[in-house]
Design a protein around this ligand. Structure first.
Ligand SMILES: C[S@@+](CC[C@H](N)C(=O)[O-])C[C@H]1O[C@@H](n2cnc3c(N)ncnc32)[C@H](O)[C@@H]1O
Length: 262
């Protein structure tokens, strides 16, 4: 659940692209998603490839190409960079307005010769990842879940970019992001990466296995324990198997709540 509703913002098509316009009286500029922007294309080409902090956090060395779930997609920048690193990406965004902007940005990226192969590796869902994750089909279960929930607003709000302020005004503060982390843990993925501001506490107070740091951000990385036991992905179940699966463990249709030794 987000803290503020999407109301009073309007979606307007201008020069062939969708723009999100803040209500009159808010000192904010319209925003859109434009992956074809030359600065963003430059970032894709020169961002450091698999040596960049995001790629290291995702575990992309030695040519790994995991299926990545970007469970808090926002304006899709990180997810697009991940797809440009040759990973297939499932993006999920719950704000209908932000989702519409992102869908429009991806549509235009598919029409761009340079970006089309990257955009073609992305599938976008609208909805809450906490609901999406337990319902993923077997071949959609990601190896990596990437989380970048909204950070609490900074006190010096003038320093926050217009884009981020619009995002905060539309999507709220993501105060349920610890629940999203728990849902992601239960997805049964190999690795979970959570982007945090450099000085912020770990999400939900969970200590990561390690962090990859940049001057402004930190990627907290949680690894699936090698000897960990399978966990049922059904949100209401979460049983851990010590022997074999009475609950159709790891399948979204697990409905049995039979007592089970943990
Ligand atoms: C900080 S933004 C993500 C920015 C993104 N990484 C980018 O590069 O543009 C956070 C976004 O996550 C979305 N979000 C938060 N929790 C979510 C959830 N449980 N399911 C789907 N979307 C979620 C919010 O609506 C918001 O748009």
């Amino acid at each position: 659940m987000s803290d503020k509703s999407d109301s009073n913002f309007s979606l307007i098509t201008s020069s062939g692209r969708l723009e999100l316009h803040p209500p009159r009286g808010m000192s904010l500029q319209p925003i859109s998603v434009d992956f074809t922007n030359p600065a963003f294309k430059y970032r894709l080409r020169r961002g450091g490839g698999r040596g960049q902090p995001l790629a290291r956090a995702l575990g992309l060395k030695h040519g790994a190409k995991p299926l990545v779930l970007d469970a808090a997609a926002g304006l899709g920048r990180d997810g697009f960079i991940i797809a440009a690193l040759n990973c297939r990406v499932i993006m999920c965004e719950r704000s209908p307005l932000i989702h519409a902007l992102l869908a429009d940005g991806l549509r235009r990226a598919l029409e761009d010769e340079e970006l089309a192969p990257t955009a073609g590796r992305i599938r976008l869902y609208r909805g809450d990842s906490q609901i999406l994750i337990p319902g993923l089909t077997d071949n959609e279960i990601p190896q990596v879940v990437y989380l970048d929930p909204m950070f609490p607003p900074r006190r010096k709000s003038a320093l926050v970019k217009n884009e981020m302020r619009v995002l905060q005004a539309v999507a709220g503060e993501d105060s349920d992001s610890a629940g999203l982390l728990n849902a992601a843990v239960q997805a049964g993925c190999q690795r979970l990466v959570c982007k945090r501001p450099a000085q912020a506490a770990c999400l939900g107070g969970r200590r990561p296995d390690f962090s990859v740091k940049t001057p402004k951000h930190r990627f907290d990385v949680y690894l699936k324990q090698k000897n960990s036991l399978p966990i049922c992905r059904k949100a209401s179940c979460h049983r851990i198997s010590t022997t074999h699966c009475f609950h159709k463990l790891n399948f979204p249709d697990c409905v049995s709540r039979k007592a089970f030794s943990v």
